[in-house]
Design a protein around this ligand. Structure first.
Ligand SMILES: [Mn+2]
Length: 368
């Protein structure tokens, strides 16, 4: 078994031991990939004290045997949950940890039905995600490559931003370039917004045409070698009014201050506050309606979070210190109805001494 899977499984087993659970079950695609290498869209991994078993179906026979180098493979004719239950019963495991945020109620019900009545279920949150949050050197290399690719896609998209193009057309051109440059797919539906629609932080592209003297907001996710890049840029077509230019400069300043606040030991909440303080001074804080950033890796949103407040719903604290090897986005934004929005987002590696930018697209205010 490759050493990365052995290490990850060992860390997870230590957590299971502290929960007094005999096994852990995941049906989550990124967690399957992380723990055993399987990239298929349907499968279950059962990890116990002795080993790891991947259960999937006939569609994935060859793929699972090739990819799942961190687990033994069972190809099941049964439903996934029923086969997992059969393995649990066979191994005589009394207490099983499951992922409360990942398992559907239907999946859990059929797991329960297939197991002996005395089986105890331990709901857990973010066990694997907490391990995933701190990246291994090889993962950092992948994230660095993905970030470079995302930045290159942005540079190649710039000449396409001309009056007359629609949001949908520009999104399609961007996604086309991602794949041509080597990405496996977009990490999410590319956000392209023109003019007043830039004030919607997550606008979906429409058939609206770009006019002169408008803001353009592009937020794109790229997946390369299973790892994500998340990059946002806002540009102006024409000469920007002073209000817009000032809004941009304040968001850029907030982002810079937040990036400089990043280092191992700083809390996510402190980094969020650093960005918020800049916008507060500029009288723009109430237009900054989301958090400053999030972890990025196999998924485009994962722990840690750079956000207000001590804890999120899953109990993953923003007050926990950032750790070297985490990779986060830093993406303050200001959205003013009628005027438009500005968001600038980069991906940053947390190191002992500070934050290191992985994305390298220009952050200057571009007036095209
Ligand atoms: Mn993001």
């Amino acid at each position: 078994m490759p050493s990365a899977y052995r290490r990850r499984q060992k860390l997870l087993r230590a957590k299971l031991a502290s929960l007094d659970a005999g096994a852990f079950v995941t049906l989550s695609q990124p967690n399957l990939l992380y723990l055993c290498g399987f990239t298929g869209s349907s499968g279950a991994l059962l990890l116990d004290s002795r080993g790891a078993t991947l259960i999937t179906d006939g569609r994935y026979t060859q793929q699972a045997r090739k990819e799942a180098r961190g687990a033994r493979v069972i190809i099941s004719q049964e439903s996934l949950a029923r086969e997992v239950a059969a393995v649990i019963s066979r191994l005589g495991i009394g207490r099983v940890a499951v992922e409360a945020q990942r398992l559907t109620l239907a999946q859990f019900t059929s797991l329960q039905k297939g197991c002996p009545a005395q089986t105890e279920w331990r709901p857990t949150e973010g066990l694997v995600e907490a391990i995933r949050a701190v990246k291994e050197p090889a993962e950092i290399r992948c994230l660095r490559e993905a970030a470079k690719l995302g930045s290159e896609v942005f540079r190649r998209a710039l000449p396409l931003i001309v009056p007359g193009i629609t949001e949908n057309e520009l999104a399609a051109e961007i996604e086309h370039r991602m794949r041509r440059l080597g990405a496996s797919r977009p990490a999410f539906e590319t956000i392209v917004a023109f003019g007043p629609r830039t004030a919607w932080p997550h606008a979906r592209p429409t058939s609206r045409k770009l006019r002169r003297n408008e803001l353009v907001l592009l937020d794109m996710g790229v997946i390369l070698g299973n790892y994500c890049c998340d990059l946002t840029r806002t540009v102006f077509v024409g000469r920007a009014p002073a209000r817009v230019r000032r809004m941009y400069q304040e968001v850029l300043k907030a982002q810079g201050v937040a990036i400089r606040a990043i280092r191992a030991g700083a809390s996510g909440a402190a980094v969020d506050q650093a960005a918020r303080r800049v916008l507060r001074k500029a009288g723009l804080e109430r237009y900054f309606t989301h958090s400053t950033g999030h972890g990025i890796g196999l998924e485009v949103h994962e722990p840690p979070r750079l956000a207000k407040g001590p804890q999120n719903h899953s109990g993953q604290g923003q007050n926990e210190p950032l750790q070297a090897g985490q990779v986060v986005t830093v993406e303050p934004g200001v959205y003013i109805a009628g005027l438009g929005g500005v968001r600038i987002e980069d991906d940053v590696l947390v190191t002992k001494s500070g934050g290191e930018l992985l994305t390298d697209a220009s952050r200057e205010f571009l007036e095209l």
